[in-house]
Design a protein around this ligand. Structure first.
Ligand code: NAP
Length: 461
């Protein structure tokens, strides 16, 4: 019997962790990984903030894996456009979808379609040099920007907007973002949440970093920090230690002195729901309703009251989560924005279909940190291999070679390494970890021209 061949769609952390679990298993499988971009690593490249280089070190694990002779990377191949999902399923013995949750959630309020009202997904993609968002053109010509959503992405966005330019110039932020932020007039960022300090979904390390940003005065609504007895008792439960740490990091920030006259300001605002983005030609202000919290301490709901207030701003960024997108005729849960599954095996397919698998954000929604995807992918691979052993997907006889399925211009891992080397070389010359190439055409060009290829001249910090 020939060895089972598995296709993985998506080369982000969940895709690579799934490949790792498959290749480490005793099932003797081959793994082909597909990505619609010529560059691998998904959110590690285009989601992790440029000033968080340490987190990006995980790619060393992925690079080591890519040297396995039973692994192949097919970059610049769009499953759905270049190969239909059905074609992939016909060709491979099993398919794991690990293509993430790439759709941002616009604020569900009037005015959210105005120019300069953007989603964090687009903004993060823009500053990280994702080719899809290179043309975004956010404007930093107003002294205030509003970011809605109290999660870690909101923190990343606020930090990038408030960071000293010299600090950003040492990172791998996209050249176009570095250039645009050099001219930024933004001095004040309002990071607004609809619930209270004890309900924010920040992780403590990220919160501490934001509240300690040099040159930034932190302004926190002290009324919202007052906890009643029930709330204090809830925080004192051992299971809520992380929330308690967050609240104490916020209290420490209130107690600190301002950094100086020219300091920028971060306003951490609570209990406010966006009601309308106001403006005619572009964002001029964001109007909020003042909320109160109702319900038990472990399930507080935000209830908007009659009091409204507006924040004058030139940029409104919605950071209220991500959704997955459907692919081909795979089942899709519209409400949750995921592919429905049990332990990674897709549910809701027509009777008699070969099983299909999912891993990462398209499996569970946009939650967790990069490492969370390892356990998640291992669960999927356990399900897949147990299905194999039970004969749910027999190995197919007489398959065509994969390149025969491909119509686009394929990038293999060595091609990517040439792009990588060119970006790092150009970055080194500018005192930065890398200078990202942001157009697919330029990536393909560099991949073909070789390691010493010089990037097109772009302005740097
Ligand atoms: P998130 O943690 O789910 O936060 C989303 C925020 O949006 C919540 O504060 C939520 O408030 C709010 N929200 C949702 N709908 C809203 C609405 N209609 N109006 C107002 N507010 C609304 O999502 P995320 O920040 O996008 O992060 C996604 C995942 O990536 C998280 O697991 C995060 O930890 C991870 N991540 C990690 C890092 C890192 O480790 N450095 C960096 C970035 C992202 P409610 O709570 O009231 O619903």
């Amino acid at each position: 019997m020939s060895e089972p061949e598995i296709a993985i769609v998506g080369s982000g952390p969940s895709g690579f962790f799934a490949a790792e679990a498959l290749l480490k298993s005793d099932a003797g499988v081959r793994v082909d990984m597909f990505d619609r971009l010529p560059t691998p690593y998904g959110l590690v490249r285009s989601g992790v903030a440029p000033d968080h280089q340490q987190i990006k070190q995980v790619v060393k694990v992925f690079d080591a894996l890519a040297t396995n002779p039973k692994f192949a990377f097919f970059g610049n191949i769009d499953i759905g456009r270049d190969i239909p999902l059905a074609g992939l399923r016909n060709r491979y013995d099993a398919v794991i979808l690990a293509y993430g949750a790439s759709a941002g959630t616009p604020l569900p309020i009037p005015g959210s379609d105005l120019p300069q009202s953007i989603t964090a997904t687009d903004f993060v993609g823009w500053y990280n040099g994702h080719p899809d968002f290179a043309g975004l053109e956010p404007r930093f010509d107003h002294e205030c920007a509003v970011v809605v959503g109290h999660g870690n992405v909101g923190i990343d966005v606020a930090r990038i907007l408030l960071s000293d330019h010299a600090r950003l110039a040492k990172t791998d932020i996209a050249d176009h973002a570095l250039e645009a932020l050099r001219e930024s007039r933004v001095r004040r960022v309002h990071l607004v949440g609809r619930r209270g300090p004890a309900q924010a979904s920040f992780t403590t390390a990220e919160l501490r970093e934001l509240l300690g940003l040099p040159g930034v005065r932190v302004v926190i609504d002290q009324d919202a920090m007052q906890l009643n007895e029930e709330e204090q008792a809830y925080l004192d439960l051992p299971v809520n230690a992380a929330i308690k740490r967050n609240v104490s990091v916020m209290a420490d920030a209130i107690a600190r002195e301002a950094h100086g006259e020219d300091a920028k300001e971060l306003h951490l605002d609570f209990l406010a729901s966006p009601m309308e983005i106001e403006g005619t030609d572009r964002v001029r202000s964001v109007r909020f309703a003042r909320n109160r919290l109702e319900g038990p301490a472990d399930n507080r709901k935000a209830v908007p009251g009659a009091e409204h207030f507006a924040i004058s701003a030139g940029l409104a960024i919605s950071s209220i989560g991500f959704r997955g997108k459907p692919l081909g005729n795979a089942p899709f849960d519209e409400r949750r924005g995921i592919i429905p599954n049990v332990a990674g095996r897709v549910t809701g397919e027509a009777n008699g279909s070969m099983p299909l698998y999912v891993a990462g954000w398209i499996k569970r929604g946009a939650t967790g940190v990069i490492g969370t995807n390892r356990a998640d992918a291992m669960e999927t691979v356990r399900t897949l291999l147990s299905d194999f052993r039970e004969g749910r997907w027999p190995v197919k006889p007489g398959r065509p070679r994969t390149p025969a399925l491909l119509s686009g211009s394929r990038i293999d891992f060595m091609d990517w390494k040439r792009i990588d080397a060119a970006e790092c070389l150009s970055g080194r010359e500018a005192g930065r970890p890398r200078r990202k190439i942001v157009s697919v055409a330029a990536m393909l060009d560099v991949a073909r021209r070789g390691e010493g290829a010089v990037l097109p001249s772009q302005p740097v910090g």
